[in-house]
Design a protein around this ligand. Structure first.
Ligand SMILES: Cc1cc2nc3c(=O)[nH]c(=O)nc-3n(C[C@H](O)[C@H](O)[C@H](O)COP(=O)(O)OP(=O)(O)OC[C@H]3O[C@@H](n4cnc5c(N)ncnc54)[C@H](O)[C@@H]3O)c2cc1C
Length: 412
């Protein structure tokens, strides 16, 4: 008797779990469910639009979804279209791979002002996520951007504003977003880190790219650099290089301010500045009409299952008998795409070892509950073809940003 596995979420963590189960349990069925009609989670909707080589992992992920005993079940949200308890009745084991979609908040005054956005929502807008595509991001009269955080997501956000239109020509940005970015005349981009350069979470490759841009230059105050030491981490030595570089006044400065923490967002009706304090207690207001907070993400409830401290409580991926968790929903927003692979494979091994067949209906039971709303892998293939076909210039695709458009393309 075949076993039926459901994986909730088709981001990298969910698909890597499916890939592993498909290999070690070839006679069983694996359904990868996503609330969107399109797969790949943050690889499609978070990873920087100008980093197409990173997004190319979708080819590997797509192959896993296409395996004989794997099905993509798009446009089904667990908790809205089917209760988690009902899903568990249909499947022998359920793996949650729902990510961590909620932006953490700083909890300082002015955080709800227009012009202040979390990075999850902001990159969702840039990347055409249906939840965020309609977000009121006001780029009119934008001259100064403040990015709060010193990790790779903060670099992704800063880089989108620092790159020239030519440098963004092959990014899968929506044409109207690309046009709005091209029309900007920025005066400054500032990244804020509450600790020192040695504590920044940048990786070397992403940080060094900031030093190779056509019209922008990273600016680091030499005074904030710790003394040089033999064998210091690569990102720190890159920042040191930035701090000793000759400043070219014709280029846009991307300022890295360390030991600086935001106190409040100022403005009425729209953000005008970010009040900050330095380690020695000096306060200042940085001009800004747009501030993006890049301070991490939390998981949200899946049906009536609530996360605790931003993740679903688990022991090595097990929540309770028959219910498991992988990826950001398991460990929080850390690591890279390959981190998810190793971890999801380990949890999938455990699921396969611990699950007995019990004659549950699997997909047939799910279809009975959700009806014909499902967009399957062929439907996604038609969306993919349509998005690629309507791309112009060097852009690889022009994404649909509403569920309705996606479904129409899936059925075309
Ligand atoms: C801005 C940004 C840039 C990044 N850049 C890089 C990079 O350059 N390189 C790198 O290695 N990593 C990068 N990452 C990290 C990488 O994206 C994550 O490690 C990875 O996406 C986490 O995978 P996941 O499957 O746990 O979650 P996600 O990718 O978030 O996938 C979760 C999926 O679950 C679905 N879902 C959620 N709730 C439900 C529900 N109730 N029912 C059905 N489906 C549901 C969602 O629609 C989504 O498809 C970046 C992350 C961000 C935020």
């Amino acid at each position: 008797m075949a076993r039926h596995f459901a994986i909730v979420g088709s981001g990298p963590a969910g698909i890597y779990a499916a890939e592993r189960l498909a290999r070690i349990a070839p006679d069983d069925r694996i359904d990868v469910i996503d609330r969107l009609p399109v797969p790949f989670g943050l690889v499609r909707h978070g990873v920087a639009a100008d980093h197409q080589s990173t997004k190319a992992v979708t080819r590997v992920l797509g192959r896993a979804l296409g395996r004989d005993n794997v099905s993509f079940v798009g446009n089904v949200m667990v908790g809205r279209d089917v209760a988690l308890a009902d899903l568990r009745r249909c499947y022998d084991a359920v793996i949650l791979a729902t990510g961590a979609p909620r932006d953490r908040r700083l909890g300082i005054p002015g955080e709800d002002l227009p012009g202040v956005h979390g990075s999850g929502a902001f990159v969702g807008w840039l990347n055409g996520h249906p939840d965020d595509a309609g977000l009121a991001i006001d780029l009119d009269n934008l001259t100064d951007v403040v990015v709060i955080g010193v990790g790779n997501v903060a670099l992704d956000v800063a880089r989108i504003f620092a790159k020239s239109p030519a440098e963004l020509a092959a990014a899968d940005l929506a044409p109207d977003v690309a046009e709005a970015l091209a029309g900007l005349t920025l005066k400054s981009i500032t990244l804020l880190g509450r600790r020192g350069p040695e504590d920044a979470k940048f990786t070397a490759l992403e940080l060094s790219e900031m030093g190779d841009l056509e019209g922008a230059q990273p600016v680091v105050d030499q005074q904030t650099m710790p003394p040089a030491s033999a064998g210091e981490a690569k990102p720190l030595s890159i920042l040191r290089g930035f701090s000793s570089a000759q400043r070219d006044d014709r280029s846009l400065g991307v300022h890295f301010l360390f030991h600086t923490r935001p106190l409040a967002f100022a403005g009425s009706g729209r953000l005008t500045g970010v009040r900050v304090v330095t380690a020695d207690g000096t306060e200042a207001v940085l001009p800004a009409q747009l501030a993006i907070t890049c301070i991490g993400y939390d998981s949200v409830a899946c049906g009536n299952l609530e996360p605790a401290s931003g993740v679903f409580a688990n022991q090595d991926g097990k929540i309770q008998g028959g219910l498991y968790v992988v990826g950001w929903a398991k460990r929080g927003p850390s690591g890279t795409i390959p981190t998810n692979r190793a971890e999801s494979h380990a949890v999938a091994n455990r699921v396969a070892a611990e699950t007995q067949a019990a004659g549950r209906p699997g997909a047939a039971g799910l279809i009975e509950r959700v009806g014909d709303r499902i967009v399957d892998l062929d439907g996604w293939g038609r969306i993919d073809t349509a998005e690629t076909a309507r791309a112009t210039g060097d852009r690889p695709r022009h994404k649909f940003t509403t569920i309705e458009e996606m479904i129409a393309a899936a059925h075309s």
